[in-house]
Design a protein around this ligand. Structure first.
Ligand code: UDP
Length: 313
């Protein structure tokens, strides 16, 4: 039987590289594309020993080289942490707009299934809690996060346009906060910051009053959700939240991480970044019903694995 052939854009990134490993272990042939702007080839060290793996350093806003038959295109390429996309606002805006269109054209030409990774950021600072896929969001269209939020919204629109106009077999995952091994220690996200600060005995930086909430999904759960959304029947044109509804304030998260690392770190308060959402928690009833998927790794277990990963770096 011919092996399924997958493209993973952003394959050297945090979620992308974890997805590559999972697809290889399913027996698929995988091409990882990444321009290494915020991704890191070290994340692909294991994958690159595999005979069915190819890495191509490539910026997907350009036309793709001909790769032969393709079954699945996972489009994850984009800076995704707040400091990363604010350092690279134009690259972020382009990969989610021009890049998404370029890849949709490839999907159309090859009859490949396509998955666009959108984000909980499309809900902005949500007025509805928890957030369902039917909620249209509360986004600042020209603020400092707009390069990410608005380009992901554009990417969703373009994906649906290709479904409706050309019948492309595409779907959209809205990824909520995700953490775990291969997340860059200096990417500026809350869990990478808190764990590394706690391990070094440095002050744990809480932005604002720390009462804002987020809900954290371990990366293996995210990867299984993405694969399921790609492969399940009757997901064409569907928009699905993927995340873990376990919700924490940043103060509670800091306390938990401090305890788990047995750290003597103090906490330090810093200014709240502009347009920082006050609350976020996915409603995952659609993913449960459509995919039979729900996260299985509790936050305590996932944090333990993440702490061990950073300790070993
Ligand atoms: N945050 C914090 N300290 C940090 C980094 C982040 O208190 O060192 C807060 C940030 O203000 C936000 C939450 O943690 O309210 C999640 O931030 P992150 O950048 O991880 O993700 P996002 O804002 O995209 O959800």
């Amino acid at each position: 039987m011919n092996k399924k052939i997958c493209i993973v854009t952003g394959g050297a990134g945090f979620i992308g590289s974890n997805l590559v490993d999972a697809l290889l272990s399913k027996g698929y042939k995988v091409f990882a594309l990444d321009n290494l702007l915020t991704g890191n080839e070290n994340n692909l060290r294991e994958a690159s020993k595999h005979p069915d793996f190819t890495f191509i350093k490539y910026d997907v806003i350009n036309e793709l080289p001909v790769l032969g038959p393709i079954n699945y295109i996972y489009h994850l390429a984009s800076p995704a942490s707040v400091p990363d996309y604010q350092n690279y606002p134009e690259e972020t805006a382009l990969v989610n707009t021009v890049g998404t269109r370029a890849l949709l054209k490839v999907a159309k030409a090859h009859g490949a299934k396509f998955l666009f990774t959108s984000t909980s950021e499309v809900y902005g600072d949500p007025k509805e809690h928890p957030q369902k896929e039917t909620y249209w969001g509360n986004v600042n269209p020209n603020g400092v996060r707009a390069c990410y939020d608005e380009s992901k919204r554009f990417g969703e629109m373009m994906t649906m346009l290709y479904v409706r106009k050309f019948g492309v077999d595409a779907r959209i995952a809205r990824i909520f906060n995700t953490y775990g091994p291969k997340m860059r220690p200096d990417d500026g996200r809350v869990i990478s910051n808190f764990v590394n600060q706690a391990l070094k005995g440095e002050p744990i930086t809480i932005y604002g009053d720390g009462k804002q909430t987020r809900s954290f999904c371990f990366v293996s759960d995210m990867v299984s959700g993405l694969i399921s959304l790609m492969e399940k029947e009757q997901t064409k044109g569907e928009v699905v939240n993927l995340g873990n509804p376990e919700e924490y304030t940043m103060v509670d998260l800091a306390t938990k991480i401090k305890t788990m690392t047995e750290s003597a770190s103090e906490t330090a308060h810093k200014d709240l970044p502009a347009d920082d959402p006050t609350q976020r928690k996915p409603d995952i009833s659609k993913a449960k019903k459509l995919l039979g998927w729900a996260p299985v790794v509790p936050v305590d277990a996932g944090l333990k694995l993440t702490i061990a990963y950073y300790k070993a770096l």
